[in-house]
Design a protein around this ligand. Structure first.
Ligand code: GLY
Length: 361
């Protein structure tokens, strides 16, 4: 049999790699998606799947703009994946409450709303305690008020990876798992896209480049059996949020620690995440089953995504799609579209200079 040549070979089948595979295959490219483990077995499989640009961005700038653009793409992105592969990624855009548990936090949340309005972001509004509880009856009585973002939400991250892999396959992509780069066989491809999350730093030298990506350990808690799970995302801070999935499972997240590639769950973190969830929503004491998920967020030194040619090489045959840190799920649609433009048409999306991996020197 003649050896197959791919237009694009993508290394890493998390939400980013799978989304790029689906996009490139949908545009008619011959695509190979490979993963050394199972699709979604890294950070994507341990993510709460929040789509929360206005809480994840701390300042105006390219990250916030990209995050908002990607959020706007999510409905058609999810619909296309489901139509092609038959799996529902469970996109839920029922809004997010950025809650203030005390008066100081209320001042901070209101200051955040002010700069967002000054930047032209009008969708967030302040709601007092009564309004917040009206919007989300599961909200704890401790909450003083909240910023309400009606267009934000979440997706089922594991399901999203399954949906994208199935959709990519349906569009003709070849998916191989349990295959590490460097294993006996070689692959002929016009372009390679490295989308290996926290492992990009190890992978880059095999392709003649370097990438300073570090793993940031995150643990979240999965709670089953809460009688009235919240309908909205309840977000108190980067390490304090609660998201309920359609089957009633409640996720309480998440820790952030630097400890290499260790993914062992921590009993103290489990306790903190449970106590924290109980401070945000009612019914946590009734949970009948509790277990941790852990994953490694892939972070660049400046915390911004790495989207473009692999630094250290003098061509653009090897591209990077990584460094999404806390927001791979949110940024997947935009990343997929832009990486397909780059890999298939040689076009860099406008506004992506801030994400060029070569910025890191
Ligand atoms: N996006 C939420 C987190 O990384 O914890």
């Amino acid at each position: 049999m003649p050896r197959r040549t791919y237009d694009v070979a993508i290394v890493g089948a998390g939400v980013i790699g799978a989304a790029i595979a689906h996009e490139c295959a949908s545009r008619g490219a011959a695509v190979l998606l490979i993963d050394r483990g199972t699709p979604g077995g890294g950070a994507s499989g341990a993510a709460a799947g929040m789509l929360a640009p206005c809480s994840e961005a701390h300042t105006p700038g390219p990250f916030l703009e990209a995050a908002r653009e990607s959020l706007a793409l999510w409905p058609s992105f999810a619909a296309r994946a489901q139509a092609d592969g038959g799996i529902d990624p469970e996109l839920t855009l029922d809004g997010l409450l950025r809650v203030a548990p005390d008066a100081d936090a209320a001042t901070d949340v209101q200051a955040r709303l002010r700069w967002q309005r000054e930047t032209g972001i009008a969708e967030g509004t302040w709601v007092d305690q009564a309004e917040a509880r009206n919007l989300e009856p599961a909200l704890s009585a401790d909450v003083q008020g909240a910023a309400w973002y009606p267009n934000e939400g979440h997706v089922h991250s594991r399901r999203a990876v399954e949906a994208l892999v199935a959709a990519a396959r349906a569009r003709g992509a070849e998916v191989r798992h349990g295959v590490a780069v460097g294993d006996r066989s070689t692959v002929d491809a016009q372009r390679v896209i490295l989308a290996a999350g926290a492992w990009l730093g190890d992978l880059a030298p095999r392709f003649g480049g370097t990438l300073p990506v570090r793993p940031v350990h995150g643990q979240l808690l999965v709670l089953h059996g809460i009688p009235r799970p919240p309908r909205r995302v309840v977000f108190a801070g980067l390490q304090g949020y609660v998201v309920a999935k359609r089957d009633g499972t409640v996720l309480s997240g998440a820790t952030e620690e630097t400890r290499g590639f260790d993914t062992t769950p921590d009993a103290a973190a489990t306790e903190r995440l449970r106590t924290q969830a109980a401070g945000l929503i009612d019914g946590v004491d009734h949970a009948t089953g509790v277990h941790p998920w852990t994953g490694l967020r892939p972070a660049a030194p400046d915390g911004l995504p790495l989207l473009g040619p692999l630094p250290g090489r003098d061509d653009d045959r090897v591209l990077v799609a990584g460094g999404h840190y806390r927001n791979g799920v949110l940024l997947a649609p935009l990343t997929a579209r832009g990486m397909a433009d780059m890999a298939l048409d040689g076009r860099t999306p406008p506004g992506w200079s801030a994400f060029d991996p070569r910025r890191l020197g």
